[in-house]
Design a protein around this ligand. Structure first.
Ligand SMILES: Cc1cc2nc3c(=O)[nH]c(=O)nc-3n(C[C@H](O)[C@H](O)[C@H](O)COP(=O)(O)OP(=O)(O)OC[C@H]3O[C@@H](n4cnc5c(N)ncnc54)[C@H](O)[C@@H]3O)c2cc1C
Ligand SMILES: Cc1cc2nc3c(=O)[nH]c(=O)nc-3n(C[C@H](O)[C@H](O)[C@H](O)COP(=O)(O)O)c2cc1C
Ligand code: SF4
Length: 658
């Protein structure tokens, strides 16, 4: 605790006091039905409240029907939400958490196709990022502006009536308030466009109307993007002028984020593992300094990949911010604050910035989850309080030390079983131990490291260099067996490939010396197997081309991360042949064929061809043992080769099932 003296200081935000400086910022969860918080959402936030977070900002609620595109989004402009919000807030208050709610009009950033209505925006300029959003918006007239301003006030008043402690206006991430503020999206020539004062008019009116609706003592703040990172948009210098004006208008706090929907800026909204820790703390720091210079000492929140308590403490101690946003860190480990307070830092399961389970799922309109914490989003079934001791203590044998096996061993041991884990290799982590050899994917190793630490701390008997066979398993006579033997890579048959080295991605990563200077990567994976090695090799100075049957390489990478990936690969000179497959090799030339036209493109003088794609389930043991052991569970890639997200979930399920 002494080492986190700033982190666990209480702080006043307007008239409320938050018990510590850790906040979970607004994040959509898809745990909403018919515009209302559901029981899953309550359980989700309760888990984090029990873990000791100080402030929870509930996910953005829509303020007006013109910004509704799905019943899976909160809609607090409708007073019927009040009882549902009240249940949620009462449950959280019981754990001493302060609860704010974010409110938003997304302007042009919704899908007109999904919403089936024209998009409202300051100007008829489509979103530059998403085709589905790329409808030309309707430029709001003055009546509509008045209506939406008032809608913020009504929504905030409803939330206040529901017992919510404060409201955050969403003026960040390229949504309507920001769209009005920024010349990137506002080209009006009336009183709401042109000069800075005109562009701020909408924000001022929203603040004024909301303040009038909630009263002078109710905490009201705004989230802003401290830099849009786009030419022609708002940069930090301009925001240093704007932020004090917004706060002076009547705000009690300023939550600082970055980005808008444009090119690589989009990737900064939810920065993934390719960003360093806390890449935008400097932005919060600069806006805080601008506020102080103007005599405005309201709390400022920093955001973006603040992942561990030591880093968070440093942000506060060095005066960059008054509170630290640790949203994904808390998705990954809801108990982070309690563990930090108790000095159990090494027990914290770190967010690795993969974006796969959280925003990756939410953007696919699936309930939120987490790669490293499969209990996220299913707290009713798998929350911390649901892990019950097993009725009978069994001798459990887990085969395979990848994520599925390690998670199964961890959970089974927590339930009181006596667990042995056999791994044929000499290190734990399975395929993750290979994936991390790509410099840009090293964060994946934190998961393997945490799992290994946990199973060793819990006393799992780990045997490395021990291959399980049917005989050895039967001789061991376990009460239950969990098979997590993973997958083995497949190599395609490519005509003419005898002369040119064809390596599977795992071979290439394990034996980089085999990889020549000019490389072609065949992307049959659509995720980071291809993109990760392509970027890694480009970083090492190789000349890399990717052939993919999809429109883009890494097409299944979560969209926020995908934009960063495309930007980096482009900058590093990686060439992509879209909608192509490798037809054959002629000498050192790789011949790629366009899927639609059949036209061929020759990639000459290739030194190495790398296949990043399909694997085969290593399920021989599973097939041979079925019916021959008392209890058998199969988890992860050995059931069907997929990703670590699924391996962790199935490993967890197996640990609960034995
Ligand atoms: C280059 C690369 C990049 C990847 N990137 C990502 C990513 O970014 N995100 C993601 O979600 N997924 C990624 N994956 C996929 C992910 O790593 C796998 O889906 C995941 O590791 C599967 O976990 P598992 O525990 O089921 O199997 P594995 O990780 O394959 O582990 C199985 C373990 O079982 C051991 N074993 C097998 N047979 C026996 C036996 N008979 N006795 C004892 N031990 C045995 C193996 O040695 C191995 O250690 C990547 C994979 C690769 C290769
Ligand atoms: C699943 C998910 C949904 C999000 N939805 C919102 C949102 O509704 N409003 C918002 O301001 N930010 C949203 N964000 C951004 C987060 O509030 C936060 O700024 C971002 O995750 C970076 O902080 P972190 O590194 O602590 O997670 C979302 C993030 C995630 C992961
Ligand atoms: S899914 Fe990945 S990025 Fe999201 S919270 Fe979990 S570890 Fe962090």
């Amino acid at each position: 605790m002494a080492q986190f003296s700033h982190l666990f200081q209480p702080i006043a935000i307007g008239t409320v006091t938050v018990s510590n400086r850790i906040l979970s910022s607004a994040h959509g969860t898809q745990l909403v039905d018919d515009g209302l918080p559901n029981e899953r959402l309550i359980a989700y936030h309760l888990e984090r409240a029990r873990g000791g977070v100080g402030l929870i900002v509930l996910e953005a609620s829509r303020v007006h029907p013109s910004t509704v595109q799905s019943a899976r989004q909160l809609a607090a402009f409708d007073p019927r939400v009040i009882p549902a919000y009240r249940r949620l807030v009462d449950a959280l208050h019981a754990h001493g958490v302060v609860v704010f709610a974010q409110i938003v009009h997304q302007g042009r950033q919704i899908s007109g196709l999904a919403a089936r209505q024209p998009l409202w925006a300051p100007s008829p300029i489509p979103c530059p990022v998403f085709p589905a959003h790329r409808a030309v918006p309707h430029a709001m007239d003055h009546d509509q502006i008045r209506e939406v301003v008032q809608a913020h006030a009504v929504t905030a008043a409803n939330l206040k009536d529901a017992g919510v402690d404060g409201v955050e206006l969403h003026g960040a991430h390229g949504y309507l308030i920001q769209q009005f503020m920024s010349p990137f999206s506002n080209q009006r020539s009336d009183a709401y466009g042109g000069s800075l004062e005109n562009r701020l008019r909408f924000a001022y009116e929203v603040i004024d109307a909301t303040r009038a609706a909630v009263g002078p003592d109710y905490p009201l703040g705004m989230r802003v993007s401290g830099d849009e990172f786009v030419p022609g948009g708002l940069d930090l210098q301009q925001m240093e002028v704007i932020a004090p004006r917004l706060v002076a208008r009547g705000l009690d706090f300023l939550a600082v984020s970055v980005s808008t929907y444009a090119g690589s800026s989009y990737a900064t909204m939810i920065p993934d593992m390719h960003f360093p820790h806390g890449p935008f703390v400097y932005v919060a720091s600069a806006l805080r300094a601008a506020l102080h210079a103007a005599g405005l000492r309201v709390p400022v929140m920093a955001a973006g990949r603040i992942v561990d308590p030591a880093q968070a403490e440093q942000v506060l101690a060095e005066g960059h911010a008054d509170m630290v946003t640790m949203t994904r860190a808390l998705i990954a480990d809801p108990e982070l604050p309690r563990k930090a307070r108790e000095g159990r830092v090494e027990d914290i399961r770190a967010c690795i910035g993969c974006n796969q389970g959280c925003v990756g799922m939410v953007h696919m309109r699936q309930p939120i989850t987490c790669l490293v914490n499969p209990t996220a989003g299913v707290e009713q079934e798998w929350g911390l309080q649901t892990l019950q001791p097993a009725a009978r203590r069994k001798r459990v044998l887990v085969v395979g030390g990848g994520p599925a096996g390690l998670e199964a061993a961890r959970v089974a041991t927590l339930r009181g079983h006596r667990v042995a884990l056999w791994e044929q290799g000499w290190e734990l982590g399975g395929q993750l131990a290979i994936a991390v050899r790509a410099r840009n994917r090293v964060e994946l190793g934190k998961l393997a490291g945490w799992l290994e630490w946990q199973v060793r701390q819990l006393g799992v008997e780990v045997r490395l260099g021990t291959e399980a066979t049917v005989e050895s398993v039967l001789v061991a006579e376990p009460d239950a067996v969990v098979l997590a033997t993973g997958a083995v890579p497949l190599l395609p048959q490519i005509p003419g490939c005898d002369g040119l080295p064809l390596l599977d991605v795992t071979d290439a990563l394990c034996n980089l010396r085999q990889v020549g200077r000019r490389v072609v990567v065949l992307d049959d994976d659509r995720h980071y197997k291809a993109a990760g090695i392509a970027e890694h090799l480009a970083d090492l100075g190789h000349e890399v081309a990717i052939v993919t049957v999809r429109a883009e390489t890494g097409a299944d990478v979560p969209t926020v991360s995908f934009h960063g990936l495309r930007h980096r690969l482009g900058k590093k000179g990686v060439r992509t042949l879209s909608y192509h497959d490798v037809a054959r090799v002629e000498g050192r030339a790789v011949v790629a064929v366009d899927d639609f036209s059949g036209r061929e493109t020759v990639l000459p003088d290739v030194d190495t061809l790398i296949y990043a794609g399909l694997s085969r389930a290593a399920d021989e043991l599973a097939r041979a043992l079925r019916g021959r052991v008392a209890e058998l569970h199969v988890a992860g890639d050995c059931a069907a080769p997929r990703r670590a997200l699924e391996a962790m979930r199935e490993g967890h399920a197996a640990g609960r099932a034995v």
